[in-house]
Design a binder for this molecule. Sequence first.
Ligand SMILES: [Fe+2]
Ligand SMILES: [Fe+2]
Length: 181
Amino acid sequence: MTETPAVDLPSWAQVGEKRRAHIARVTALLDRWASQLKLDAAEAQAWHDAGRFHDALRDAPEAELRRLGAGHDLPLDVLHGPAAAAQLVMLGERREGVLSAVRWHTVGHAGWDRTGRALYMADFLEPGRVFSRAERTFLADHLPHDFDGVFRQVIQLRFEWTLREGKVLFPEAAALWNSVR
Ligand SMILES: [Fe+2]
Ligand SMILES: [Fe+2]
């Protein structure tokens, strides 16, 4: 297992140790790509914040997720994205790219800017996941050279899994695939 980097979680986060370590690895990967791609400070900060916010309510109680995610007709395991985005809006977050990245990170969204796309990839490619190690490491290393190509690959891999497992394919996810295929 790779050593876990530190992460500065928001005060409202509700996560256990395993989740915190995942968030830290996702954020560290986003930071690495941002530096390799020489992003300007504002975009690098957006990527970083999308990483540290995305699963901040992953371990919150169901009642709270349902309350915060109200208006989204989504199953419980997907609601932590919309719930965290709603929490961010309440606290004054105005960066649409960050909000959309967090809101849709589990599902996928065709309207994403690079922040949403980068988070979707980092969430899947972070080194703590045990499956397909070599392929995911390759994609993570290749991303700074071909952001769009790796994005397409990651969508395909995630959808293959979704279909194989018999999981729900959300309309937003289908629209994302249609936008890159
Ligand atoms: Fe998540
Ligand atoms: Fe995540």
